[in-house]
Design a protein around this ligand. Sequence first.
Ligand code: COS
Length: 380
Amino acid sequence: MDFNFSREHQLLRKMMMEFTEREVKPIAAYTDASCEYPKETIEKLFQLGVMGVDVPKKYGGSGADAMAAAIVIEELSKQCASTGDIVATHNGLCCAPIVEHGTQEQKEKYLSMLTKGRKVGAFALTEPNAGSDASKCQTEARLEGDYYVLNGSKIFITNGYVADVIIVFAMTDKSKGTRGISAFLVESSFPGFAVGKHEEKMGLHGSPTAELVFTDCMVPKENLLGQEGKGFKIAMQTLDGGRIGIAAQALGIAEGAMEEAKNYTTGRTQFGKAISQFQNTQFQLADMALGCEAGRLLTYQAAMRKEQGLPYGKEAAMAKLFCSEHAMKTTIKALQMFGGYGYIKDYPIERMMRDAKITEIYEGTSEVQRMVIAGHLGIK
Ligand code: COS
């Protein structure tokens, strides 16, 4: 299969590898231990044009394609999955639906804010009673004059307490089920918007996750994204694309963990030889490499189909499912190779293992990915 890695893709990967080695790797352990949002790194990623990498140039982005967007997340996540997550959410879940469904005015205003304006984006779908079953959203939006008035709350929102622009899904007509959900462009400065609980998570400590609360939040009616009642479709389409980003993130984690395992086992001597010389180690490294290769094929295939305008929901679900499960398996195996050293924070493996877990959960659990794949087989 020709993945069409252009000279631009190769240069982008090189740039991201150098950036990650210089700017991300040295602070990854600190970011995890301190639970601090890596603000300076994100500022530098804005300067590099990575925040909005696949937003058209005329709206302030870098005008790159879906493959480039995946490469960026993969490379960042090799060293710091939190940074990969912040960027994946900003690009895939906030900029992308505006590019896809925004009016000319919305694109000009919000995409320039999210690129040149250096404002961070988020996507708010999940609620306490609407996780995998996203259709059970309770947040309401009532049209009153020139404003939609939003009431309700959203949980587990990535970039939640740093985001300036949030795509929010709310019910405009409860009697219509999924066809009664609409999408809105909400600024954190709008009256009635508040950030609630900051979540303390098992991993991804640098990625800011929060509850968002809407109390008579006044959203100008021109901030409806797409048509009224089309919000669920917008959410599902956005998640199809977002899942390529999470596949790339999980792939990056697995590749990073494999590299750590290779380096450690070649340097560590037990029973008179490097532990990489034991066949058990070699077989496990071979399995890690095999999964990474398969994950690359699935992830790049989904990105390529998206770019070519072909259906890619099934391929994105397969890539996300496979890569996240491979990241989990790889980080657990790699940690075991490190023995006691894997369990302490002097090495990055335990962080990688904690970070890998969420890739099997967010943007659709592994079970949801299987539902999506089964749906494409006509056996829903
Ligand atoms: N693209 C466009 N439209 C889609 C779609 C997609 N990928 N998937 C579903 N739709 C549309 C359907 O065509 C249907 O439209 P009509 O009402 O016009 O017929 C509508 O959405 C409802 O579809 P369906 O009945 O299949 O939806 P379900 O409620 O059964 O949901 C799953 C199916 C489970 C796949 C969906 O709820 C889902 O992806 N859940 C996970 C949500 C998630 O990822 N949460 C994490 C939040 S972000 S961290």
